[in-house]
Design a protein around this ligand. Structure first.
Ligand SMILES: [Zn+2]
Length: 248
């Protein structure tokens, strides 16, 4: 693998991230994602192309709109960066073919779901089904992936109903269930269990903060599950080794 190609992949990812920011901003409001052209969300002034260079413009504008000086959300450069990292890592690990593209698309749509979940606490049906749909086609064992997606989704509903009965309120949303399904399709059953465990650990920290700060925030679960999925996928060989040692 040439470093040059890897850099191209990362830049490609950053550019996609720039588009994903528009999707994140407009999809929950049901706005058209192509028109109108990018504008400042506060003063509505259309942006010049040099205000719109991913990450770089944010740094040069010191995080403020060039016209009204209103703060620009750190979400923009972070999503661009995360997107660049995702595409770079998938390319580095799996190379470049149709299956890699499907995997990138699955992770990137999880990134969108995660940010929308954090920002709006609500996700749309199309955002629920995109990650798992791409995930099913992320390698040649499409039937196996589909089976594992169904198993994990079914298991998730089963767990949700038990937990909901105990705490007497809905424990997980449809969005969470479909991240379970995405895990199943990408990781298979064993590794999905590890990813779930990891996701639950990540979710503990904000839950503790919630308790300490005496806030009753509704905790988004999608970002933590997605992070668990990505990390387990990235180190799948190492995690499988640990699993096999424990259950040999
Ligand atoms: Zn402005």
């Amino acid at each position: 693998m040439e470093v040059y190609n890897l850099i191209l992949a990362i830049i490609f990812g950053i550019l996609i991230g720039s588009f994903l920011n528009v999707v994140i901003l407009r999809i929950p409001k049901n706005e058209n994602i192509i028109f109108p052209a990018s504008h400042c969300p506060t003063c509505k002034t259309p942006l010049k192309w040099w205000h719109n260079i991913p990450i770089i413009s944010y740094i040069f504008l010191k995080g403020k709109c060039a016209f009204c000086k209103e703060k620009i959300s750190i979400q923009y450069p972070l999503v661009e960066l995360a997107s660049g990292i995702i595409v770079g890592i998938v390319y580095y690990k799996n190379g470049f073919d149709i299956y890699s593209l499907m995997l990138m698309a699955s992770f990137l749509s999880l990134l969108v779901s995660s940010v929308v979940d954090l920002k709006y606490k609500a996700i749309t049906y199309i955002m629920n089904i995109l990650p798992v749909t791409f995930a099913i086609f992320s390698n040649e064992d499409i039937l196996e992936n589909f089976k594992n997606a169904l198993l994990l989704a079914g298991g998730a509903v089963f767990i949700r109903d038990y937990v909901s009965a105990f705490i007497n309120k809905e424990a997980m949303g449809d969005g969470d269930i479909l991240v379970f399904a995405t895990m199943g399709a990408i990781l298979g059953i064993k590794l999905s269990l590890i990813a779930l465990f990891l996701g639950a650990i990540f979710a503990i920290f904000p839950a503790i903060y919630n308790r300490i700060a005496q806030k009753d925030l509704e905790l988004p679960f999608i970002p933590f599950l997605s992070l668990g999925l990505f990390i387990v996928w990235l180190f799948e060989n190492q995690f499988l080794e640990i699993w096999n040692k424990l259950y040999a």
